[in-house]
Design a protein around this ligand. Structure first.
Ligand code: ADP
Ligand code: MG
Length: 211
């Protein structure tokens, strides 16, 4: 059964944008996760690669961004620069209906001085790798006091890569009132442990097709 994005409470401009992107109906993980995300619930979702997880959290987090506030309101953590770039690209497509939204990618392996220049005005959304985000938080070049949504994308891979401590450190800079979304392709035990530590009564979604 396919479900239309129109069954969600989304602005008409976003529904039009999704149609223009050729997103005719929700993928299973989107249909399962988006209603809970739009209600403000914490969600942990497991679905195979290519199942549309970026739009599942992306459409949700974009609803929370107030572009008139020049503060960082959402943070997406990814395991690698390539994945962070892909997520930023997809978020920009999903945000085409929103004027003046600033999305910044912050990863290691790029000069920090350029990143500091880009951070003179706070981006609404930061996408990046845990180590580099941690560095910016310590330097106070990124401030998460007004952050509403935290996403751990490819959480299984981030744990594999040994980012658990860096993630915990990043989280210590975020408000406890935040919404926390955890997405992964597989479901190792470590995911449940980190979820128990950082999420509040999460809605658990498994779409069945394990990678
Ligand atoms: P995942 O993170 O689960 O590996 P992605 O978010 O990268 O998957 O999405 C995979 C591809 O599917 C992307 O090219 C994306 O643009 C496309 N996509 C996402 N949602 C939809 C949809 N509802 N309809 C059609 N294509 C979609
Ligand atoms: Mg993905």
């Amino acid at each position: 059964m396919t479900q239309s994005f129109a069954s969600l409470t989304l602005p008409a401009a976003q529904l039009e944008n999704l149609a223009e992107l050729g997103y005719a109906s929700m993928t299973p993980v989107q249909a399962a996760a988006l209603p809970a995300i739009l209600e403000g619930r914490d969600v942990r979702a497991q679905a195979k690669t290519g199942s549309g997880k970026t739009a599942a959290f992306g459409i949700g987090l974009l609803q929370q961004i107030d572009v008139t506030q020049f503060t960082t309101q959402a943070l997406v953590l990814c395991p690698t620069r390539e994945l962070a770039d892909q997520v930023s690209k997809e978020l920009r497509r999903l945000a085409r209906f929103t004027q003046n939204i600033k999305i910044l990618t912050l990863c290691g392996g790029q000069p920090i001085s350029h990143q500091l220049d880009s951070l003179v005005h706070a981006p609404h959304i930061v996408v990046g790798t845990p180590g580099r985000i941690q560095e910016h938080l310590r330097k106070k070049s990124v401030n998460l006091d007004a952050m509403k949504v935290l996403v751990l994308d490819e959480a299984d891979r981030m744990l594999d890569m040994g980012f658990a401590d860096a993630i915990d450190d990043v989280i210590s800079y975020t408000p406890t009132s935040r919404q926390t979304l955890l997405f992964s392709a597989t479901y190792p035990q470590g995911i449940e442990r980190i979820s128990a530590r950082i999420q509040r009564e999460p809605v658990n979604i498994e779409t069945g097709d394990v990678s």
